[in-house]
Ligand binder design. Sequence first.
Ligand code: COA
Length: 319
Amino acid sequence: MVTNDDLAELMDTSHDWIVQRTGIHERRWVDPETSTSDLGLEAANAAIADAGIDPSEIDMIVFATLSPDHEFPGAACFLQAKLDLPGIPAMDVRQQCTGFVYALSTADAMIRAGNADTVLVVGAEVHSKGLDQTTAGRDVTVLFGDGAGALVVQSTEVGDARHDAHVWDTRLHADGSFAEALWLPAPGMAYERFISEEHFEEGLNYPQMDGRTVFVNAVKRMPETVEEILSENGVTTDDIDLFVFHQANMRIIESVAHRLGIPEEKVVNTIDHTANTTAATLPICLDEARDRGKLEPGMLVVGAAFGSGFTWGSMLLRW
Ligand code: COA
């Protein structure tokens, strides 16, 4: 666990600044030996045990992360080897903070198309090792934490969408004209050499963010996609039992909830102790909602995310 005071020892920041601007009190950082697929494995094992399935039933892995163990192959392949499930398809989804919604949508589409029956959907991130832990990186570094979450998604007969547990719908969006508003510039194949001394000299190996632009777009796009998925499916905010929003900044979440006119008690937040765990955020929220008694079978859940890309999207689940 890393508190705001711990960060203030590394850089020029303060607990009060971080809490006031973001609502974050602490975050988790892995130990140096732990990789993203290690975190994914822990979440996957918990999800498999929770679903009560035999791991051999899994016929596809979709792994959402912006922080894979290596540039290639994807984290899904490393996780697959750790789970000892050779032969099944294993793919990464690199859609940053919206990664879990994209991954769930992919799993749902594969199942609906008859190409898979039981898909393991993982969101996991190790940010800490890639952040600038000096004052130069303080605007980004204080916002992020490490974490993982997973869901097992299985094919099912849906008689009545209003009652039977299933992934009811997902909506995906992107606008690449904002790609450089939140990005990790280097290393990359856009340069003469994939990796060079200049990248380090210019700090291009650390995430760069235009915080205001991200903020303004996040508070617009998340309510928009929630309204879209609800109206497309003939559901209103009153029908929803639980809202899970991407946990980037408490002020963003409050603004989204205000725009949608939803009561505080129907929203579950983790940001105070997790910070922004990017693709791991939504499954962590669902897990904590269940632990807090806010998520029970039969409930209608809507989730929304926004992040680098820009990407954004929503999911409607009958739990
Ligand atoms: N500690 C102390 N001061 C900090 C700081 C930190 N960690 N980070 C930045 N500052 C300073 C800035 O340098 C600036 O100083 P200056 O006025 O002397 O230039 C000052 O605080 C105010 O910065 P500003 O950018 O105006 O603050 P803000 O109110 O816009 O809040 C963010 C900054 C990053 C918290 C806010 O823009 C934000 O949350 N944006 C969205 C980020 C996000 O969600 N990213 C992930 C999306 S998936």
